[in-house]
Design a protein around this ligand. Structure first.
Ligand code: PLP
Length: 402
């Protein structure tokens, strides 16, 4: 653990005269030295545009960019690296899909299915389409534990259902949804499936062939990679049929003022200068995860989750949201009579980074009829001792605010 923590320079700092305890990992992860060094190496020695020039730096940069793509493909077990499109992150990947599917596939009157626990980035692009197309959005609701009411799904499908888009795991509840089962149901009705893996990608072994979804989206920055890089995985046969999202340099075979012949995927979908440094950083992050092993990471994170639940559940007046047995390491809660933001402010004074609010999932909070909560989210570099300190300071804050 000591050597793992040493890999993350940000962890060693003091915040407000206390050793930093970083429990806001669901928002973004800290970065290991190998990722920081990878970026530094790219920008200090072979920064150059890709796929365009024939000179030494460009060739080196292109090679690194394309091997990053292959590394991502291997990591999520895509059939082929051409199924990997680099984007800015999950938000861009979903916006990409909403706008292209609206152009190529969706028709007036079609229906799409989301769930109660979606992040705004998997709600707003679809709601925005309602004005353009007469779309109906249907919701898979949750039960008292926060688990999806999957049995209701059969009633939600109609002949007009075209897309099911949902989180693999919730950024508020931590609940890991049974997506293979859900994707299977959607597939049997010919419904396209989009999985938002923004949270799951850093805690779970993702195998897109096993899940068998049509599209899988995630952000690099939540999995130890730099900000501004993310992935849209899509099945090759589908990507081949889709129009480009943006238009510009680097995505064509031939251009005249009369006609454009677009390149094949993934290049057709990566107009303009890409985030080469980000892709290299993402590849370094994958190497880093692989060097520890996702199963080892998961085991430690699950012990943090169990310990956190065990210590928190005895606090008077606590309500923990998401009480499923199958969860990623996120605990969000409220303490009766105390505002979550006040707790977060006091905890910050003790050097503890938490997150208070809606966590970009307002419809979920509408369901619970509350105005937000306090979320702690763990990474494998966190420790049981940090949780104990957190609980001690939380109790202090509760006593101050009572
Ligand atoms: N989806 C989920 C479940 C998330 O937790 C987040 C970010 O918190 C996003 C989507 C959006 O990710 P990004 O802001 O990296 O695009």
């Amino acid at each position: 653990m000591k050597s793992i923590r040493n890999d993350f320079p940000a962890l060693s700092q003091m915040v407000n005269n206390n050793q930093l305890i970083y429990f806001d990992n669901a928002a973004t992860s800290l970065k290991p030295k190998s990722v920081i060094e990878g970026l530094k190496d790219y920008y200090s020695s072979f920064n150059s545009n890709v796929h365009r020039a024939g000179h030494y730096l460009s060739a080196k940069s292109t090679k690194a960019y394309e091997s990053a793509r292959a590394n991502v493909a291997d990591y999520i077990n895509a059939k082929d690296s051409t199924e990997i499109i680099f984007t800015k992150g999950t938000t861009e990947s979903i916006n990409f899909l909403a706008s292209i599917l609206a152009e190529d596939i969706l028709k007036d009157g079609d229906e799409i299915i989301l769930t109660r626990m979606e992040h705004h980035s998997n709600i707003i692009p679809w709601v925005a389409l309602k004005d353009k197309l007469d779309l109906t959005i249907k919701i898979i609701e949750i039960d008292e534990k926060g688990e999806l009411l999957i049995d209701d799904l059969d009633k939600l499908f109609t002949e007009k259902t075209k897309v099911l888009s949902m989180a693999h795991s919730s950024n508020v509840l931590g609940i890991l949804n049974p997506i293979e089962e859900i994707v299977n149901k959607a597939k049997s009705r010919g419904v396209l499936t989009i999985i938002d893996g923004a949270q799951a990608i850093v805690h779970e072994k993702i195998d897109v062939q096993k899940i068998d979804c049509d599209f899988y989206c995630f952000s690099g920055h939540k999995m130890y990679a730099p900000m501004g890089i993310g992935v849209l995985y899509g099945k090759k046969e589908l990507l081949n049929q889709l129009s480009p999202y943006q238009k510009g340099g680097g995505m064509i075979k031939n251009v005249t003022y009369e006609e454009v012949i677009y390149n094949t995927p993934p290049y057709r979908f990566e107009a303009g200068t890409p985030n080469v440094g980000g892709a290299i950083g993402l590849s370094k992050a994958i190497d880093y995860i692989n060097s520890i092993g996702i199963e080892t990471i998961k085991k430690h994170e699950q012990s943090l989750l169990n310990h956190g639940n065990y210590k928190l559940k005895v606090i008077e007046g606590i309500k923990i949201y998401g009480r499923s047995a199958i969860k990623d390491p996120i605990i969000s809660f409220n303490i009766s009579g105390i505002h979550h933001s006040d707790l977060a402010i006091i905890l910050d004074k003790f050097g503890i980074a938490t997150r208070a609010g809606f966590h970009c999932a307002q419809p979920l909070f509408d369901h619970y009829n509350v105005k937000g909560n306090l979320r702690i989210s763990f990474s494998f570099y966190n420790t049981i001792e940090e949780i104990d300190i957190f609980v001690e300071k939380l109790n202090l804050a509760i006593n101050m605010l009572k």
